[in-house]
Design a binder for this molecule. Structure first.
Ligand code: F6P
Length: 320
């Protein structure tokens, strides 16, 4: 292993910079050269990169976003794009490629593997926490904390006005973020795409809460459950509650990473470089039972991570 390339792909996540720093410093300590492709897969296709050194990644550990920039790259979904990316890797004599990104990025990486000799290792970084093979992705803890800080403030006004707030959080089609946030803010109701609900049951819970003296309330809904504005209107119409909608949005993707996201990034970087120096590829690193592990890239891409139903049950009990 002589030359490693690193790329951040898909939606950014707080802690990506910490992972870049980790890769560069650990790889350089082993005398590898490191290149950073710019703007995600776009940069790999266009052969746009920057050499990275321990000094060039100074001061980024605590910064949100990614110094390499990122993008959604439709071209990488087509065979031509993937082949061009493989050519870039070959022409730059890249022996190992570290992809810091989420599910979608790893699926692309799996296809790229068929066209390149470079060893590929994925580092899960996504606020959605929807990558199979790891209990936590880089950025998830930060995004959850960002939303919790906002929702705690919303709770104040909800109580003062005796209103119900519907709060939409991110997570794409999955409910990991909503569940984590809902538990942390003590939401009366948590809506996730994995569990179907009947509107009438929702109305009934709110009516019951009001009857037992809970005049205000928080509903934390994953964006994947659908039209939260419409749902908020329906709740207002069918209960006596005054309902407001608040969408937390892209703030969840930014900000300084928490200590936990930074640490996870550094540990994942260490494992990724270790795998490459042992000439192991087609892997995704992860956290399982407190240990840093690796799983096959193919398995990570093809397996759906399960939401823990016990956590939802706990949330319901805690909300009584
Ligand atoms: O995957 C991260 C995420 O923020 C999702 O939670 C959200 O659905 C999506 O990205 C938004 O994507 P875009 O940045 O392309 O608008």
């Amino acid at each position: 292993m002589k030359r490693i390339a690193v790329v951040t792909t898909g939606g950014d996540a707080p802690g990506m910079n910490a992972a870049i720093r980790g890769i560069v410093r650990i790889a350089c300590s082993k005398k590898f050269q490191v290149l950073g492709f710019r703007r995600g897969w776009e940069g790999v296709i266009a052969n746009t990169f920057t050499p990275l050194t321990p000094r060039s990644v100074g001061g980024i550990l605590q910064q949100g976003g990614t110094i390499l920039h990122t993008s959604r790259c439709p071209e990488f979904k087509r065979r031509e794009g993937i082949k061009k990316a493989a050519e870039t890797l070959a022409s730059n004599h890249v022996d190992g490629l570290v992809i810091i990104g989420g599910n979608g990025s790893f699926k692309g990486a799996l296809e790229l593997g068929a066209y390149t000799d470079a060893l590929i290792v994925g580092i899960p970084a996504s606020i959605d926490n929807d990558v199979f093979g790891t209990e936590e992705t880089i950025g998830f803890d930060t995004a959850a904390n960002t939303a919790v800080a906002e929702i705690d403030k919303i709770r104040d006004t909800a109580v003062s006005h005796e209103r119900v707030f519907m709060i939409e959080v991110m997570g794409r089609e999955r409910g990991f973020l909503a569940l984590e946030i809902g538990l942390a803010v003590g939401a009366e109701i948590i809506l996730v795409p994995e569990v179907k609900y009947r509107n009438e049951d929702l109305f009934e819970t709110i009516r019951e809460n009001r009857a037992k003296g809970k005049k205000s309330g928080l509903i934390v809904a994953a964006e994947g459950v659908g039209n939260t504005r419409l749902l908020a209107e329906q709740i207002q119409r069918n209960t006596k509650a005054e309902v407001r909608l608040s969408i937390i949005g892209y703030a969840q993707r930014g900000g300084n990473p928490t200590a936990r996201s930074r640490l996870l990034a550094s540990l994942f970087a260490n494992k990724a470089v270790q795998l490459l120096s042992e000439k192991e590829g087609n892997k995704v690193v992860g956290l399982q039972d407190g240990k840093i592990v690796d799983v096959e890239l193919q398995k990570s891409c093809k397996t759906e991570k399960a939401l823990d139903p016990n956590l939802l049950r706990l949330a319901n009990v805690l909300a009584t």
